[in-house]
Write a new protein. Structure first.
Length: 269
């Protein structure tokens, strides 16, 4: 528990210092390093092959940078990378059993979307709008996760998906959603230069918090499937960088989709 808090506070300090000295671009570069490590951890959950891991990390980060800086090229880049990975897997695993060959092909194809495109969505908004967008995502997801942890510890109760994540309870999930709403809406209230529509932002934070929790379950499912307890050891107390950022990946999708419906610039610029 102590190491978990030390890691979290150290990460927060690094983010704050990066924002103060380097602004939006600095945050994008810092996030890029974390995403590269998380992609490596994801690949190592499925494969011991250095070639497969290196190619997956390259494709994920290439897709990530494409969307952050040149989003108009995201779709063609994604299609080309998917064909490249599918072709590589077909040739590389052609001598093995079809089921094994397919599974090794499958995780790379949806993996680059999960590890490359999902986190790039909010980082593109950060680069184009400002650092407050990224802070909004992190506060809504991370503090919601902390509320879920403590609420679950205090109240306990029925487990949600015990075969996937044996410690997560319904009480923790409710506490996490309330935390996401309280801290997310509170952040927008303090940083927004214009008045906010509370029911509107409550719904946004609630949706982000809900899918962030699903993202946490998804990463737990991946670890159960691969038989690994932790995704990595570089972040003490958290089971790896991927284990820490999984909820933000799903939350990032919701925030990005929402940016198409509602202009976020006036609230976070």
């Amino acid at each position: 528990m102590l190491m978990r808090w030390i890691s979290a506070l150290s990460g927060l300090l690094i983010i704050l210092v990066t924002t103060y000295f380097f602004g939006n671009l600095g945050l994008v570069i810092l996030a890029s390093l974390i995403i590269l490590i998380a992609a490596s951890e994801f690949a190592l959950l499925f494969s011991n092959s250095r070639l497969s891991t290196a190619l997956f990390v390259f494709c994920s980060t290439f897709l990530y940078f494409t969307h952050v800086f040149y989003p108009e090229y995201t779709l063609p880049t994604l299609m080309l990378l998917l064909m490249f990975l599918a072709s590589k897997s077909l040739v590389y695993f052609s001598g093995r059993q079809p089921t094994q060959a397919y599974l090794n092909t499958e995780w790379t194809l949806w993996g680059i979307i999960y590890c490359g495109l999902f986190p790039a969505l909010t980082l593109h908004l950060t680069y184009s709008i400002g650092w407050k967008v990224l802070y909004f995502l992190l506060i809504t997801v991370f503090l919601g996760d902390s509320c879920a942890f403590f609420t679950g510890k205090i109240f306990g109760g029925k487990k949600i998906f015990p075969n996937i994540s044996p410690k997560k309870t319904f009480s923790g999930a409710v506490g996490g959603l309330l935390g996401s709403v309280i801290f997310g809406v509170g952040f927008v209230y303090f940083v927004s230069p214009k008045n906010i529509d509370y029911p509107h932002w409550i719904l946004v934070c609630l949706t982000m918090g809900f899918f962030a929790q699903l993202g946490d379950f998804f990463e737990s499912l991946v670890k159960r499937f691969t038989g690994k307890k932790d995704s990595g050891r570089l972040m003490p107390g958290h089971g790896g960088f991927l284990d820490r950022v999984d909820g933000t990946y799903f939350g990032s999708v919701i925030l990005y989709v929402y940016s198409y419906i509602y202009d976020l610039g006036p609230f976070f610029s």
